[in-house]
Ligand binder design. Sequence first.
Ligand SMILES: Cc1cc2nc3c(=O)[nH]c(=O)nc-3n(C[C@H](O)[C@H](O)[C@H](O)COP(=O)(O)OP(=O)(O)OC[C@H]3O[C@@H](n4cnc5c(N)ncnc54)[C@H](O)[C@@H]3O)c2cc1C
Length: 267
Amino acid sequence: MYQTTYHRASSVAEAVNLLSEAADGKFVSGGQTLIPTMKQRLAAPSDLIDLRHIPELKGINVDGRDVRIGAGATHAEVAGHEGLAAICPAICHLAGHIGDPHVRHMGTIGGSIANNDPAADYPAAMLALNAMIHTSKRALSADEFFTGLFGTALEEDEIVTAVSFTAPDKAGYAKFPNPASRYALTGVFVAKRPEGVRVAVTGAGEDGVFRATGLEEALSNSFDPSALDGITLPAEGLMSDIHASAEYRANLIVVMAKRAVQAAMGG
Ligand SMILES: Cc1cc2nc3c(=O)[nH]c(=O)nc-3n(C[C@H](O)[C@H](O)[C@H](O)COP(=O)(O)OP(=O)(O)OC[C@H]3O[C@@H](n4cnc5c(N)ncnc54)[C@H](O)[C@@H]3O)c2cc1C
């Protein structure tokens, strides 16, 4: 690793200020993406501004069906939150199947969505749940926040502080995990509300997470796995790599969507 200066911020304002003073600073939360990247010498920030000790970023609040998850909440905290499990078990299930126990106890929801890895789980949940992403500057809908492969609307000095959403009537998540990393080879999150169904896909799109509007339409007409029978998706715009071809992923999206609906229905 290159030499870097570590700073422990105790408030969001202090973290933003520390970044503005750094030559080429980076925020760090769980370090589960940034530290391996630095180890591989793909990133060499002059300063690391640690967000883990900022009280404003902590906590999970459930008020009726309204949920607010602090950006610093670890995957393990989300997975194990009883209030959240009572109204939206799908997001607890998702968090409980990220990586391994070490990753789940260090990695945070804020770090995951700020990084927007095309195979990460949380971006699909945020998009399907129509979540709001709160930052040190503003609040954005998930549709506005995710802008492409590893891309977000975040500015250099902008910190994700929390995410919020209203729990849908039903939700489910299914992923076909890479057997080594557990990242999604393809993952589908479905959320059903009276006004319709949202379906978001991770692990498959060349531009990162996206909404599958054809599947949304079919499931809004009938929220049942059989509503997707006979639907085939084009391979265009999907990733092809050593793990799976674009055609394979196109098929997996429909298979995972059916499993996600089944999970949402309690099966
Ligand atoms: C072995 C392994 C397996 C994994 N498997 C999975 C998996 O199955 N599914 C999955 O989704 N993920 C997986 N991950 C990634 C994991 O979920 C990380 O937690 C996540 O990618 C990043 O979160 P972090 O808190 O560690 O962020 P960091 O590594 O600390 O930061 C990542 C990036 O986000 C920025 N950042 C961090 N916090 C904030 C914030 N609050 N506001 C603005 N910018 C911020 C940093 O500057 C950096 O650019 C895996 C990681 C590893 C090492």
